[in-house]
Design a protein around this ligand. Structure first.
Ligand code: MN
Length: 446
């Protein structure tokens, strides 16, 4: 595989002149125009098992119905089976970038305004569809790829030497728990746990008082690697399928007590929310950018370095978090934006994350989720979690109702969104990842 042939080239599916016969896909600012075509899994519309779908405007194209209508004829049989017979994206992801691209081209043709094969019966209104976890995630890893976030968090614990000494050399991460992954719309219950309620005393077992969101993107693994066989950085993106929004729920009081000396455990394993739509690396091809690592920094070790990664390893995505309290909902007030940061500013690229992860021979499997870590930039509103924003400056967030927030309260709803914009191309979005906070539960006797 030569560096001259990128895994995800630009082609006519990115043409900004393309329009769809699905009218809502052509509205300015739509998340899901015909140039996006993200993949997901839905239940709804015609009864039956979960099936794969593609978001288009405010509709979902049902790929099982497309196969029944013979709209997928001409694709390789393995791609048709993966798209129309499965109940998760795993098999399709495992087939790799050529399979994903062939499906994208077929779907683009089906949905084009001038396409002769327009079929409204294969469309489900998104508002009627139950969108499920798109991928059956075997392993979930969360990186720490924003140097701004690492420095902000480090400053809280090590004011004189905030950035870990290894940071510029090794893409740091912890292993998450895939059983705690939930799709947008699933509420999160405030966890109980051990933490220090009164300084200088022993721990208590109480509901967390420092519940936080972490604004992230995650990338799903496509074809895996065999145990013992690392992934070359020039091939890394051929092992990746697409990106989703990720909210890595965190309890800071639990985390401060338990993460001495090991990494996060119960402070994070109660819930991690993901968006229902996977935006493929093909859809993101117009929005690639240089790696944000400054040229003056020490270069990464050679297995993590590549000219193409320097030139195109970044992905230009603006990611935002919005907050609405129960009181704001009661008064009919819209959510307020509490975070906005650029994924293109991450210190480590997605290719470096996957290469590093497999560099010891660790087998990655189709559908594994590699999240980026909190996405933060410079400036107060660019902090990707409340810990950085309210603990760093000891400042509270004031909501339009006058309510104050250091951390999240019961009834708060956090919505992540993300979008890509570049001159000469049609803007695309990731949809939303919405989660409401429920009060702590008591143990149930079974
Ligand atoms: Mn995280």
């Amino acid at each position: 595989m030569s560096v001259e042939s990128p895994a995800h080239p630009l082609d006519d599916t990115h043409d900004p002149a393309l329009r769809s016969w699905v009218a809502s896909a052509n509205y300015p600012g739509a998340d899901f125009p015909i140039q996006n075509l993200p993949l997901g899994v839905l239940r709804g519309g015609p009864p039956g098992a979960p099936r794969l779908g593609v978001a288009i405007g405010d509709r979902v194209l049902d790929l099982r119905r497309c196969r029944e209508m013979r709209l997928l004829d001409g694709l390789p049989p393995a791609v048709i089976a993966a798209a129309a017979e499965e109940t998760s994206l795993n098999t399709l992801l495992a087939l790799g970038p050529n399979a994903l691209r062939s499906l994208r081209r077929a779907v683009s043709t089906i949905l084009r305004a001038d396409g002769a094969r327009a079929e409204p019966a294969a469309l489900v209104p998104m508002s009627d569809a139950e969108l499920l976890l798109p991928v059956d995630v075997g392993d979930y890893t969360d990186f720490y790829a924003s140097i701004v976030h690492a420095r902000n968090v480090g400053r809280l614990f090590r004011p004189d030497d905030p950035l870990p000494r290894n940071y510029r050399h090794v893409p740091l991460a912890y292993h998450g728990r895939s059983s705690s992954l939930v799709v947008s719309g699933t509420p999160v219950t405030r966890p109980r746990g051990q933490w220090i309620l009164h300084a200088g005393q022993g721990p208590s077992f109480e509901p967390t008082r420092q519940l936080d969101y972490e604004m992230e993107l995650g990338v799903y693994v496509g074809p895996g690697n065999a145990p013992g066989l690392p992934i070359r950085i020039d091939d890394a993106e051929r092992h990746l399928g697409g990106l989703s929004l990720v909210n890595d729920w965190s309890s800071r009081d639990l985390q401060a007590w338990e993460a001495q000396p090991l990494g996060p455990f119960l402070s994070k394993s109660f819930a991690t929310s993901v968006s229902p739509w996977v935006v493929t690396l093909d859809a993101l091809a117009p929005y690639r950018c240089r790696s944000a690592r400054p040229a003056a920094d020490p270069p990464p070790l050679s297995h993590l370095a590549a000219a193409r990664n320097d030139a195109r390893g970044g992905v230009d995505v603006t990611v935002e978090a919005w907050l609405q309290s129960a009181e704001m909902r009661r008064r009919g007030l819209d959510p307020v934006r509490v975070s906005s940061a650029e994924f293109g500013g991450m210190y480590w690229t997605i290719a470096q994350m996957v290469t590093h992860h497999a560099s010891n021979g660790c087998p990655l499997r189709p559908g594994d989720l590699l999240a980026s870590g909190t996405i933060s930039g410079a400036g107060e509103e660019s902090a990707g979690c409340l810990l950085e924003r309210t603990a760093r400056d000891a400042g509270m967030l004031t909501l339009p109702t006058g309510e104050q927030r250091g951390f999240l309260a019961d009834g708060d709803e956090v919505a992540l969104r993300a979008y890509c914009r570049r001159d000469g191309f049609t803007p695309i979005g990731f949809g939303r990842c919405v989660t409401r906070v429920l009060p702590a539960a008591t143990a149930v006797q079974v």
